[in-house]
Design a binder for this molecule. Structure first.
Ligand code: ARG
Length: 458
């Protein structure tokens, strides 16, 4: 059944109907749609717009629909235009005339705005849980690998030695901020649009604050035009989801590099790898590649909604119906990537020996050799030049800095003494970096403690 048609003299064109219909994708809002209606009629009765009997009949009918949907006794088919029509049509079929009073003081415009907000709130809660799982996994690995040395990179060139714990800690920071962003979005959007009507509120004496309270909002929205046409929170959410995917994608890229035959820093568990149909030796990092690849579609959703919204006059326009498929797809994508990524990480084997060896090569201790000279009174710029000459000598001889003889060190600067070897050993290079945020063990232990409390406080 259509919810409109009184002023029409002929039927809608079939293809136009299909283009207009949203039931194919907004059916997933059935729970939120019913929850909103339950709150709405409760408020209508409190305000004596509906009688108590009418309220109870409608509530019973709505609960019956919800029960039947959850038990597959009722299936959402394509005969209704959208989920709102579906629920209302079913209600009227179930309880008769009184069902027609449900939509008193309400429009589909404020109704859909409410449904989406309710849906997004619960999705944010689920996303937050998935991020928390990832953070717990990261923290576990950080504790385990506080003395697993590896090279830190800039320009994908070995730069200075760090630890795996320190490297993973960078991702802990990123995903912690991602959680904060979701939390902020939740709080900013948590105002109830119901009662805004089509665009200009209604003449019924609605108690909007009461409806808001029943539905767990922090209050009612304050402008009815904005209430039905605000999609900012979806744009913010898609931006936050894009950022989560960007972080996962960077991490994936590193895992792909670390998993190459050349690096062999990690070995991805068989359960999270795939093979080749022709090359028997292959074990491919497909999960990491998929996460990296799927990042694009989440960015796409963000761009699509931003573009759809940019020319819309106030208030509601049908363009806004486009928000649903895009948002649903983006949320589904992130929700499918996060747990797989977390488990791939949890089950991955980190090759400590290979990482440590890699950190020893590539002159990652060159800065420390320069710092040694500085601690003996040489200006840093001169120290930089001296160590540069030593690196050149090492390259010619195909050795590392610590393999130079003391004579060779002294041939470039007499300041070097035997303690240079200790000063540029891998362990010293990492462990003396003790400022907060640095990879030294004592500094990392403090940060790990902070992360531990952060996860426990939730
Ligand atoms: N399916 C619509 C949407 O998602 C619901 C709102 C319909 N409102 C209207 N005036 N046609 O935006």
């Amino acid at each position: 059944m259509k919810l409109w048609g009184g002023r029409f003299t002929k039927e809608i064109n079939q293809l136009a109907y299909q283009l207009n219909a949203s039931i194919g994708f907004d059916k997933r809002l059935y729970k939120q749609d019913i929850e909103g209606s339950l709150a709405h009629v409760t408020m209508l009765a409190k305000q004596e717009i509906l009688s108590i009997e009418e309220r109870d009949q409608i509530i019973d009918g709505l609960k019956g629909i919800l029960f039947d949907l959850e038990n597959q006794a009722l299936v959402i088919d394509d005969s209704s235009e959208d989920i709102h029509s579906f629920v209302e049509t079913n209600l009227i079929a179930r309880i008769g005339e009184v069902g027609k009073k449900l939509h008193t003081g309400r429009s589909r415009n404020d109704q859909v705005a409410l449904d989406m907000k309710l849906y997004i709130r619960s999705e944010i809660t689920e996303l937050d849980e998935l991020l928390k799982e990832l953070l717990k996994t990261l923290l576990g690995l950080m504790k385990e690998h506080i003395e697993t040395y590896m090279p830190g990179f800039t320009h994908l060139q070995k730069a200075q030695p760090i630890t795996l714990s320190h490297h993973l800690g960078a991702y802990f920071e990123m995903f912690r901020r991602d959680r904060d962003r979701l939390f902020d979005i939740y709080n900013r959007m948590n105002y109830c649009p119901l009662g805004a009507g089509a665009l200009a509120g209604t003449t019924y004496p609605l108690d909007r604050e009461f409806t808001a309270e029943i539905l767990g909002f922090d209050g009612a929205t304050l402008n009815s035009l904005d209430s039905v046409s605000d999609r900012d929170y979806l744009i913010e959410l898609l931006s936050a989801l894009s950022t989560i995917m960007m972080h996962l994608s960077r991490f994936s890229e590193e895992i792909i590099i670390w998993n190459t035959n050349e690096y062999r820093f990690v070995e991805i568990d068989d359960a999270y790898s795939t093979g080749s149909s022709i090359m028997p030796q292959k074990k491919n990092p497909d999960m990491a590649e998929l996460v990296r690849g799927k990042t694009g579609r989440v960015y796409g959703a963000l761009m699509s909604i931003l573009t759809a919204m940019k020319g819309l006059p106030l208030a509601y326009n049908k363009d806004m119906q486009e928000d649903k498929e895009l948002t649903f797809d983006a949320i589904d994508t992130v929700k499918s990537c996060l747990p797989v990524f977390t488990d791939m990480l949890r089950t991955m084997r980190f090759r400590k020996d290979i990482m440590e060896n890699s950190a020893k090569n590539g002159f990652t201790n060159a800065t420390d050799a320069a710092d040694y000279l500085v601690s003996h009174g040489i200006p840093f710029r001169d120290a930089h030049g001296i160590v540069g000459q030593l690196v050149l000598l090492c390259i010619q001889k195909n050795i590392s800095l610590e393999e130079l003889t003391l004579e060779e060190f002294q041939s470039v600067s007499p300041v070097f003494k035997t303690d240079i070897y200790d000063a540029i050993s891998l362990k010293t290079c990492v462990e003396k970096r003790l400022t907060i945020g640095a990879p030294g063990k004592a500094a990392m232990e403090k940060v790990i403690q902070i992360y531990q409390s952060y996860l426990e406080e939730d």
